[in-house]
Design a protein around this ligand. Structure first.
Ligand SMILES: [Zn+2]
Length: 346
């Protein structure tokens, strides 16, 4: 089969790899329909985090082509959503609702596990990993939204849940990448009354407004903090979503959180220090981390299928496997918020 490979920083190419097959009775083989590039893929693409050469891509939806003898709840031909991490569903962490921390788990596109940026994937622990999508004949728009549930929309939701967003909350979202935008949508879905997002890019400002942002600010750093404090009459926000992962974004999130608030952190941290004095003096807490996507997919999928949310509009660039280099470069140069790969038809 054809699959994209990481050969080194700024060196991604389409190559071939043996067709995946059932190796364990708990495996499934999935033919990839839609896949995408994650903001976190840019870290290794840019050489900012190490990654050995090999498979790439951890976000994909597809059709089950084959299942092992112990797989339950799935059948050949099912359309399925894969969370970015597979897990056994039975270890103490999975049972406690943290499937991404499964003691037997692993992520797609790493350690010789097939990546989503290829034609097919062997999925370990298929029964507890894959989520079958009910219904048939889904539109391209629906399929795009379902693809966001592999990671980005679930991660935005995790930021909002970690920050304690609930009905009536005043929320600040730091970051206008696909995760930050998803955090806006997740906050709106959870009933936030006011959602302030930091964004300077007109296209992203537009998506943020469609997702429910009430205030879009171009300020950064201390100026953003001052502006948000002004907008909230000096109180600060009930929930702050940190969706970037830099020291400045963390400082901004803590800087606008009102006493007793939580910062929900999902940006992969690079050079971040937690402002521990703010934690102490203003009783601001920090939660979040790698998103337990598998836990969130069912409820978000229902909202996609019933047309209550349309997270797929974060995809503003689409190509196919042959365009894999372009897909990365479009995001690297910020021409695209998020790149979609059309790999095969339903
Ligand atoms: Zn587990």
């Amino acid at each position: 089969m054809r699959a994209a490979f990481f050969n080194g920083p700024r060196d991604i190419a389409l190559g071939t790899r043996p067709d995946p097959s059932i190796q364990l009775p708990t495996d499934a083989v999935v033919r990839v329909v839609l896949a995408c590039v994650c903001g976190s893929d840019l870290w290794f693409f840019r050489g900012e985090t190490p990654k050995p050469p090999g498979t790439i891509g951890h976000e994909f939806i597809g059709v089950v082509e084959d299942i092992g003898t112990e797989v339950t709840g799935l059948a050949k031909g099912d359309l399925v959503i894969a969370p970015f991490v597979f897990g056994d569903g039975s270890c103490p962490h999975c049972l406690a609702g943290w499937p991404t921390n499964c003691t037997s788990g692993g992520s797609f596109g790493n350690n010789d596990i097939d990546g989503g940026q290829g034609e097919a994937v062997r999925v370990p622990f298929a029964s507890s990993t894959l989520v079958p999508v009910p219904g048939t004949g889904h539109s391209e728009e629906t399929l795009r939204s379902l693809t966001t549930l592999c990671d980005v929309m679930c991660t935005g939701h995790h930021a909002a849940k970690s920050a304690g967003v609930e009905s009536g909350s005043v929320v600040a979202v730091v970051g206008d990448g696909a995760v930050g935008l998803s955090g806006v949508l997740a906050s709106a879905r959870l009933g936030a009354s006011r959602i302030i997002v930091l964004s300077r890019t007109p296209e992203r400002q537009n998506i943020a407004r469609q997702f429910g942002a009430t205030d879009v600010l171009a300020e950064r750093g201390d100026e953003a903090i001052a502006r948000i404090m002004e907008l909230t009459n000096g109180t600060g926000v009930d929930a702050a979503l940190e969706c970037v992962g830099t020291g400045e974004s963390m400082d901004t999130a803590f800087g606008v959180a009102r006493p007793g608030a939580l910062v929900g952190m999902v940006g992969a941290p690079h050079g971040v220090t937690v402002p521990i004095r703010t934690v102490m003096i203003r009783n601001v807490g920090l939660r979040g981390g790698v998103c337990p996507a598998r836990r969130y997919i069912p409820e978000l999928m229902t909202d996609v299928l019933e047309d209550r949310i349309n997270p797929g509009i974060v995809f503003d660039f689409a190509t196919n496997l042959e365009g894999i280099v372009d897909a990365y470069e479009a995001m690297d140069t910020r021409r695209a918020t998020k790149s979609l790969l059309r790999v095969s038809s339903l």
